[in-house]
Write a protein that binds this ligand. Structure first.
Ligand SMILES: Cc1cc2nc3c(=O)[nH]c(=O)nc-3n(C[C@H](O)[C@H](O)[C@H](O)COP(=O)(O)OP(=O)(O)OC[C@H]3O[C@@H](n4cnc5c(N)ncnc54)[C@H](O)[C@@H]3O)c2cc1C
Length: 378
């Protein structure tokens, strides 16, 4: 077993770290406060090859393996998880199902499109998120194609997206076996991206409702086989949950770094607060849990890199890393005292940003259901 990174991995990780430190962290507060998509950062990240990491070269992407992508995302998330989701994670989530089951024409069109533009992934609806089998969106046969009708919510990057991967029922009586996935161009009549949803954190990524009102889809819009949408979404989670875990690792590391430097500087009762064991132990635990989250994350991504099933490891990593990020952010606010609560320091933003890591890509309660199922073979 070798825990060392290769020279190439060190190189791309360092590139991402420098970019995050110089081009993201100093501007994160601005994009958060304005809840604005970070277009200039996306443009620079594109120039450096720090986006569309998982898309193969032949379709215009960087062609990294899942583990290499995770190394980059962790660093970008150190600067700002909201910006990481806006410029990298959402496009990678949108690319995954196309890479998994898209035919050659779909890959050529949509993966290439993702290298220039943005896409979104649409599962959640106003009345259901965790329980995907209960989605109400319908794509019923109409002639040779389909008629898509429904409403999706919380769709990341929808305001900017030029197409959507949409999950809809093609056979409403068949439960989760009746769900199919579709590639839906934004400019089709009946597609409407409605209001941006105001939210607590990760505000550089927009989330919107997307309405599909009697949208006529050609047969070629079907992604994968009819009825295989649920299976596809579960497979995508194996790839996307390690990404969320990496966001958590980056955020925890940022909390740790901020706490180390602040607690060495800040004095109380005549000495730096790091000298008080109550503070030092918190920082030690932060380092320990961050490293444990990192190793779980690398393990989950490594398994998918070598082609092994990683459902259990992906859930372990997503849950542990997001719980660690939330815990570390709360402790970081505490260690910074009143300044931790101030908008002039980055800690309160870390705390707001961390929360959603426990919610999206399957809540941490749902992850534990996955773990039980995987552990018991039930
Ligand atoms: C910022 C943000 C970005 C998002 N981006 C996207 C996106 O791009 N695309 C997309 O499709 N969705 C997106 N989502 C939606 C997200 O995936 C869902 O919010 C999430 O899956 C939870 O679904 P829900 O909100 O409907 O909660 P519900 O499913 O209604 O769950 C409510 C609560 O009940 C718990 N619960 C539910 N079932 C069980 C059970 N069986 N056992 C124990 N507890 C249970 C949940 O854990 C949760 O605590 C995003 C959400 C947010 C906040």
């Amino acid at each position: 077993m070798d825990f060392n990174l290769t020279d190439e991995q060190e190189m791309i990780k360092n590139l991402a770290r420098e970019f995050s430190k110089n081009e993201i962290a100093p501007f994160a507060d601005k994009y958060d406060k304005k809840a604005e998509f970070p277009h200039p950062i996306l443009a620079k990240a594109r120039e450096l090859g720090l986006v569309n990491l998982i898309i193969p070269h032949e379709y215009g992407g960087v062609g990294l393996s899942p583990i290499d992508m995770i190394l980059v995302i962790e660093e970008i998330a150190w600067g700002c998880t909201g910006i990481a989701v806006a410029v990298i994670a959402t496009n990678s989530l949108t690319a995954e199902p196309i890479m998994l089951v898209g035919n050659e024409n779909q890959k050529k069109k949509y993966l290439n499109l993702l290298t220039e533009e943005l896409g979104s992934y649409c599962v959640t609806e106003p009345n259901t998120g965790s329980d995907m089998a209960s989605i109400a969106t319908r794509a019923l046969r109409r002639g040779k194609g389909y008629l898509l009708d429904g409403r999706k919510t919380w769709i990341s990057n929808a305001h900017e997206a030029s197409f959507f991967v949409v999950f809809a029922k093609t056979d409403p009586e068949a439960g989760h076996h009746g769900i199919s996935a579709f590639l839906v161009d934004r400019n089709l009549p009946g597609v409407e991206v409605s209001k941006k949803l105001p939210k607590m954190g990760q505000r550089a990524t927009d989330c919107c409702e997307v309405v599909f009102n009697q949208v006529e889809l050609p047969a070629e819009a079907l992604l994968g086989k009819e009825g295989d949408g649920f299976k596809l979404a579960m497979h995508v989670f194996d790839h996307s949950r390690p990404v969320v875990a990496a966001l958590g690792v980056g955020l925890s590391q940022r909390a740790l770094d901020e706490c180390i430097s602040y607690s060495k500087e800040r004095e109380a009762f005549g000495k730096p607060i790091i000298k008080y064991q109550g503070i030092g132990f918190k920082i030690a635990d932060m380092g320990m849990r961050t490293q444990a989250a990192r190793l779980l994350t690398y393990n989950a991504a490594w398994k998918s890199t070598v082609g092994e099933r990683n459902t259990l490891e992906a859930s372990y990593a997503k849950t542990f890393a997001s719980d660690t990020a939330m815990w570390a952010a709360i402790e970081a606010v505490q260690i910074h005292g009143g300044y931790g609560y101030s908008e002039e320091y980055p800690l309160e933003k870390l705390m707001r940003d961390a929360k959603v890591l426990q919610i999206y890509e399957g809540t941490n309660e749902i992850q534990r259901l996955v773990m039980i199922r995987e552990l018991t073979g039930d």
